[in-house]
Design a protein around this ligand. Sequence first.
Ligand code: E4P
Length: 217
Amino acid sequence: MKFFIDTANVEEIKQAYEMGILSGVTTNPSIIAKEGKEFKAVMKQISGIVGDEVFLFGEVISLNAPEMIKEARELVKLHKKFIVKIPMCVEGLKAVRALKKEGITCCMTLCFSVPQALLAANAGAAYVAPFVGRVDDIGWEGTRLVADIAEIFAVQNIKTELVVASTRNPVHIIEIARAGADIATVPSKVLFGLINHPLTKSGLEQFLKDWESVPKN
Ligand code: E4P
């Protein structure tokens, strides 16, 4: 399972990129709004930090297929590995199908059920994004949804990748990895927190303390 960071904050993206674990950056309109900067300027800035090897996901805001397609054509100019996020709806499915024919790669976002994921795959989405935390929020089991989609995609030999969004904690990360998610997109605080373990900290402190007693020359 690859790690993406779910933010448009350039400092956090820089930090994750320098850690050497970053395969992608995902944004949505709410994430962009938090930065208080113009959309394309932020995207270009992110692209400059991560270079060509990291995927950059950005979302269209139109609600009809022709406008989504127009937006997508502009968005892909912003980064070499740009993936266009299209919301799950009839117009979104139409747009995904048309964009695939043009060679533009799409991620169907706001996916909350197996049938939605199957529709996205049929339209030609290269990625589908189930929102694990938001499913939990309404009292269902987000990780169960991810496991179901992963299992059914495997049975059906569907190659659409699962980029699991709305991850909120380390248990989500463990469970979606177990379920076979291809990608976890993780908010900065959660992502950086995954590094820590009290035994790693105390173990390192002990190693360094013991090293002091080793005779030096
Ligand atoms: C997906 O587009 C979002 O970037 C995100 O993962 C949603 O997370 P939230 O449910 O915590 O807002």
